[in-house]
Design a protein around this ligand. Structure first.
Ligand SMILES: [Zn+2]
Length: 345
């Protein structure tokens, strides 16, 4: 009786405490050995009576368990041989499968990224607001780079007029919600990442919870309400924000990180433009590769920030004039009394 009770306690405790299955089994084999020894011919018979059963019974139980284990091991080996790991079957967290190592080899070669940097990317969670012009290249490069979890939020559907610059979408996906279209393209490019599509507008009711789930936020919307809202929530949560904007031939980008000494978006742009003052791409037009240039810079800043490589754009604003091929970098500082971050740093 004690013998059987021992197994019950072992498996129960193993499950309760979350032990790995192989340790529970090892302990079970150990207990069986104790039971067998208790019935060994040179042991006092009282001991055998205490644990219960007899030598032959316990031996048979052990043999049966061994047969089952061998059968199951053979079966799982057969399964592995029949079905190679799915393309998306990632290795354990923090480790890379051989296929992943090959995929990221050019990153791992870089002194500033290397294996540790690539691991940081894999364990990173990045939220991209907007799957439009800037979001397209940013999302694709984040996916290709191997950022482990990429969230994307947008409430639009793909339209024909988007495809002149929103290269993450495709003609065949016109009418599909942009977040699902983006998910298809990203998973096709890199099945080793997780994409979380949120088909909705980013508003007050969800923004704080959503931002809390991520390490870093990229904002490429052309909606001023959203820009100021995302900035305030990121500043309050201490999350860095990479925000960019484009119109016609010109784009700008910076990293807003008041928690680490930089200004926030509202420090640099305290005056919200009056509605209608800043024309959107739909109203003013935009050169097709411009969001590609600036959106790729957003992804670049994200990779640098997540791996600690180089010098990011914290405290610097890049203004790129594509029409004259000129780029200016201007220093930006926290603004005392900023309503979003306090400006004190
Ligand atoms: Zn501020």
């Amino acid at each position: 009786m004690i013998g059987l009770l021992g197994f019950l306690v072992l498996f129960g405790a193993g499950r309760w405490l979350g032990w790995a299955a192989r340790w529970v089994w090892l302990a079970a084999w150990g207990w069986l050995l104790v039971l067998l020894l208790a019935h060994a011919p040179y042991m006092p018979p009282e001991l055998g009576a205490f644990v219960g059963g007899d030598l032959r019974g316990w031996f048979l139980l052990g043999a049966l368990a061994a047969v089952i284990m061998v059968y199951r091991a053979g079966l799982s080996r057969l399964r592995r041989r029949v079905a190679p790991p799915a393309a998306g079957a990632a290795a354990r967290p923090g480790t890379f499968s051989a296929v992943e190592r090959e995929r990221y080899a050019r990153h791992i070669l870089l002194r500033e990224i290397g294996g540790p940097g690539q691991k940081s990317l894999k364990s990173a969670r990045v939220l991209v607001v907007g799957a439009g012009g800037l979001g397209s290249p940013a999302l694709l490069y984040l996916a290709a780079s191997g950022v482990g979890v990429i969230g994307v939020i947008d409430d639009d559907v793909v339209e024909g007029s988007n495809l002149q610059r929103q290269i993450i979408h495709a003609d065949a996906r016109i009418g599909m919600p942009k977040v699902f279209s983006a998910e298809i393209a990203m998973k096709a490019l890199n099945p080793f990442i997780e994409v979380r599509p949120y088909r909705r507008r980013l508003d007050e009711s969800v923004v704080a919870d959503l931002v809390a789930d991520y390490d870093l936020v990229l904002d490429g919307t052309d909606n001023f309400d959203t820009r100021y809202l995302v900035n305030r929530v990121c500043a309050a949560a201490g999350k860095p924000l990479i925000a960019a904007a484009i119109t016609q031939w010109e784009g700008q980008i910076s990293v807003y990180d008041p928690a680490r000494g930089g200004p926030c978006f509202e420090c640099v742009f305290p005056q919200r433009p009056a509605p209608g003052m800043v024309p959107t791409c739909a109203e003013a037009g935009v050169a097709a590769p411009l969001p590609g240039v600036i959106g790729a810079m957003m992804a670049m800043e994200a990779i640098k920030l997540l791996t600690g490589a180089g010098e990011g754009l914290r405290g610097r604003l890049v203004i790129h004039d594509a029409l004259y091929a000129e780029t200016r970098v201007i220093g930006v500082k926290p603004r005392a009394g900023c309503a979003a971050c306090g400006g004190g740093g």
